[in-house]
Design a protein around this ligand. Sequence first.
Ligand code: ATP
Ligand code: MG
Length: 261
Amino acid sequence: MRPVVLHVEDLTIHFGGIHALEGSSFYVKEGQITGLIGPNGAGKTTVFNLLTGVYTPDRGDIYLENKSLLRKKTYQRCRMGVARTFQNIRLFKDLTVADNIKAAMSHQFKYPLLSGIIRGRGYRRDERTAAERADQLLELTGLSGSAELMASQLPYGQQRKLEIARALASQPKILLLDEPAAGMNPAETEDLKDMIRMIRDKLSVSVLLIEHDMNVVMDLCEYIFVLDYGRIISRGTSDKIQNDPKVIEAYLGGELNGDYA
Ligand SMILES: Nc1ncnc2c1ncn2[C@@H]1O[C@H](COP(=O)(O)OP(=O)(O)OP(=O)(O)O)[C@@H](O)[C@H]1O
Ligand SMILES: [Mg+2]
């Protein structure tokens, strides 16, 4: 049995009258790709905002390797090993691809990268380590050839990959991906699937994946939780989820087996 890396109990948050999450519990096992799916507005992104400390839950708790994250700030959770990408890409458009990754590593070094005024020996050593690690991530995400381009010059699919590389720069234990395949063409999506598998295998990172593209979810996820109106309505393997009438109903009329996008 694999250990659980992240678990969430009774997670609840209301925005005025909206019950964005209502008593949801789920977990991610170490070394697995776990899916978090559900129709628009189900509460998926809200889960990520709670996991990363953007919101504080009204009720419930979040544990990373059995340690509660509840009182930790966003940057502390990042240091403890939680990293995310955003549904809408957030990159430093006017930094190079490589510098976007290095900027996300800053907290791991004694000397501030990209802004070293007195560039002593310590700074140069940190800069070298950062550059080596950035190179590894660029290679893993297939962006090595674009390292010196401005982030804004990358095609959309590659910007999404850079977001993932940036998230990995903090050396997370768990990577939260919010709709990474959104807006990608079929070839880019295939590429993305290989990349996510490689991240899990080579970097030993566990993954929690929000995704509307069911081909991606069914191909990648060993286990899936389904949210609807803030509640977990089903969980299990892709076979079980695809045939669960509650899930099919939530997605309105059985589109889950078709091209729900
Ligand atoms: N800051 C907020 N203030 C008010 N309502 C919010 C806030 N954040 C989320 N909500 C509401 O909570 C519900 C869940 O939103 P959320 O963004 O988590 O859905 P989602 O499952 O990610 O949807 P999608 O698939 O469209 O991205 C929605 O009704 C949304 O309008
Ligand atoms: Mg969302």
